[in-house]
Design a protein around this ligand. Sequence first.
Ligand code: PLP
Length: 223
Amino acid sequence: MSNIKENLEKVLAKIPAGVRLVAVSKFHAVEELAEAYEAGQRLFGENRAQELIAKAPQLPEDIRWHFIGHLQKNKVRAIMPYVSVIESIDSVKLLELVEKEAARIDRTVDVLLQLHVAKEETKSGFSIQEVLEAGENNLLTCYPHVNVCGVMAMASLTDDMEQVAEEFDLVRRTYLTLKDGCFDESEYFNELSMGMSDDWQVAVKHGATLVRIGTAIFGPRKY
Ligand SMILES: *Cc1c(COP(=O)(O)O)cnc(C)c1O
């Protein structure tokens, strides 16, 4: 017996109005995703290109797929037909490539800029200094086939919720600096994607508009 519908409803009941849920379905079978879909969920998050490409054609077309993992340059073309939002833009080079591939198939794609604020070196993303410099140099706003819709970040993997809160606050302040800076004329730059199963409540307190929740909905992943 799966509790996906029940888990989803519990999470949704706690998320305040104005915050949207990305159900992170990585490592879970399409049957499990279909259960969440039947319970009304439409935003799903995957972090590996191959897995997204394999799953998307098997599920209804009105699902909006968010790509949330490190995106290798040679995978951009493959995910482009399926992805609704690429949340994990971690360099200007990747942004340029996404522009090129979106233009190639004549579509526009929404993206978020991933910021690195966690202690773990393994996590990817722009450093705060890098993203602010890129903004000042007009390297974030010159893409006709890309709507930069905001920022995404992961906090450190820790039980210290004060540390997590500080990191989310830094993300929010950086988001606001960009919004008042190079994105001040953008109608799209409105999203702050932060918070996972163990820290989304902290993220919401710090202004998250999108939370990315996997384990609390689908249960533990079997890697
Ligand atoms: C896996 C993942 C999540 C979800 O994590 P849970 O702890 O299972 O909720 C959120 N964001 C990103 C970028 C992830 O890779």
